[in-house]
Write a protein that binds this ligand. Structure first.
Ligand code: ARG
Length: 283
């Protein structure tokens, strides 16, 4: 600001004392150049002090799939939800600015592996296969795979779903654990067929229109979807209980340590629970 007005003032005196103007301008230009250069390197220096590198200097880039309420969803053109708030708290602890990139669920792992994103927060379940690809932080929430059916459905339990000769069509979000388990238990076992959708909400629509017989998905988004579509219900029998954690690049150990420590602190001091309680009412 100071430089700008000083230069402008110098400009007004144009023609009066040319030499004088040059003398004034040279140190000013130098000062501006130096301060701009300093701004550019500042995050790098403090990043170095912190001892980790991020995908974008000074930012914590979160990869997610914002079609999974209440963990992540679009609200007013922005990604909102539990994971977004947890990421914001982690970023604040690390002195980074949070940037959220919304993508297909199955692109998250690639974004992390390629160093395009720093942290995958997407209600992502820890599985042995995924552990080969990414590092998982401590778990911050529990998820349950549930079965959604039409209110008058003949499927009343997990046993009904897996019954011999039943030949049900199951809707899932592609590459989620709901997909992985039902593919193994039902499709590969010759007991039925899996229809894979890029969004959980699309699988729900397929259920509503009778294209699939049930949907297997995480319990919290299940509640959110069922509350918005009439004539659907969640079965009492649970498919499987799982742990959610943040996924990170396997090589970037320094950042992993920093994020994992920050998340542990946020769990211990109750911040994570407070965030979850704002979205999920215990019952
Ligand atoms: N918990 C499941 C999994 O890890 C589903 C997660 C889907 N998340 C999302 N943001 N769409 O596969």
């Amino acid at each position: 600001m100071m430089y700008v007005s000083a230069i402008r003032m110098a400009g007004h005196r144009k023609g009066k004392v040319i030499k004088m103007k040059k003398l004034i301008l040279l140190p000013l230009v130098l000062a501006v150049v130096l301060s701009v250069a300093a701004c550019g390197t500042e995050p790098q220096e403090s990043g170095g002090q912190r001892g980790f590198k991020t995908a974008v200097e000074g930012k914590l880039t979160m990869a997610t799939n914002a079609a999974f309420p209440p963990y992540e969803y679009i609200e007013g053109g922005k990604v909102a939800g539990i994971d977004a708030e947890i990421a914001a708290a982690i970023a604040e602890k690390l002195g980074l600015e949070l940037q959220i990139d919304d993508m297909e669920f199955d692109s998250i792992t690639e974004a992390l592996k390629g160093g395009k994103a720093d942290i995958g927060l997407a209600g992502m379940t820890v599985t042995p296969d995924r552990q080969e690809e990414v590092n998982f932080t401590v778990s911050y929430a529990t998820g349950v795979q549930v079965i959604i059916v039409k209110e008058d459905s003949a499927i009343k339990s997990l046993e009904d779903l897996k019954a011999q000769g039943a030949n049900h069509v199951v809707g899932v979000q592609r590459n989620t654990t709901g997909d992985l388990y039902t593919t193994k238990d039902i499709e590969n076992a010759g007991l039925g067929k899996i229809d894979r959708y890029s969004k959980g909400a699309d699988a729900i629509q397929a259920l509503k229109t009778g294209k699939v017989d049930c949907v297997v998905i995480d319990n919290e988004p299940a509640k959110a979807f069922v509350s918005e579509v009439e004539g659907l219900k969640i079965l009492e029998t649970e498919y499987i209980i799982e742990e959610y954690a943040a996924a990170m690049n396997k090589e970037n150990i320094e950042l992993y340590e920093a994020v994992n420590t920050a998340l542990q602190e946020l769990i211990q001091d109750g911040t994570v629970q407070t965030i979850i309680d704002r979205y999920i009412t215990a019952n």
